[in-house]
Unconditional design. Structure first.
Length: 214
């Protein structure tokens, strides 16, 4: 998926929607994307990707591993700290740093352009719960209780055996819409905490509504 219309060298107008865990995304076209990146020897290469969906509202350009393997002739090797792409035809190598428990690798281009490589589609439960707790979303036990209450009231139609397979819709929405973290520690404006006014410093502020237990 690509949000930058200027990267398309071939384009066909279509209109459809893509179901996501948060809000549906509208696909307004598809075509071939061409963009420059630096390979492992720091030389500039032009990467061409076919059958790319144009999705203006997506937060980052997403590189599909499946399409790269099947349609675009890449071989992909994924390690703990780096994802390496080797093109079968030309033999050039691209490396994308990442890791740190997050299934997202950044394939950096020239200037401000960057393509996000979604390297792992199946995050394990431990990583999902870590993100869930980090953003202050409801605890899993509380979510199970809500599912049980709704099921008993007849508002939920799925089998009772699936109540344990809970899913938090806010987590993928937070992941898909967050901006890259800055290397500079941000300084938040002063916050009124009753009799105390304090200037907060730390990581990015979570603007999404969440339910916290005290």
């Amino acid at each position: 998926m690509c949000k930058d219309i200027e990267l398309f060298v071939q384009f066909e107008l279509i209109e459809s929607s893509m179901e996501t865990a948060a809000n549906p995304l509208r696909i307004l076209g598809k075509g071939t994307v061409r963009f420059p990146v630096k390979d492992s020897s720091n030389a500039v290469r032009t990467v061409e990707l076919k059958d790319v969906n144009y999705v203006p509202r997506v937060a980052h350009n997403l590189f599909s591993v499946t399409k790269a393997l099947v349609n675009d002739g890449f071989e992909i090797s994924i390690g703990k700290r780096e994802c390496t792409l080797r093109h079968k035809g030309d033999g050039y190598v691209l490396s994308a740093p990442g890791g740190g428990g997050v299934d997202l690798y950044l394939l950096r281009g020239i200037g401000k352009r960057e393509c996000a490589l979604l390297a792992g589609g199946n995050a394990n439960t431990k990583e999902a719960l870590r993100w869930h707790r980090r953003t202050g979303h409801p605890r899993v036990n509380a979510m199970r209780q809500l599912h049980q209450i709704y099921f008993d009231l007849g508002a939920v139609s799925f089998p009772k055996s699936q109540i344990n397979d809970v899913f938090c819709e806010s987590c993928p929405f937070a992941k898909s819409t967050r901006l890259p973290f800055s290397r500079v520690i941000p300084r938040w404006p002063q916050v009124d905490c009753g009799d105390v006014r304090e200037t907060l410093m730390g990581n990015q502020q979570d603007e999404l509504p969440s339910l916290r237990f005290v």
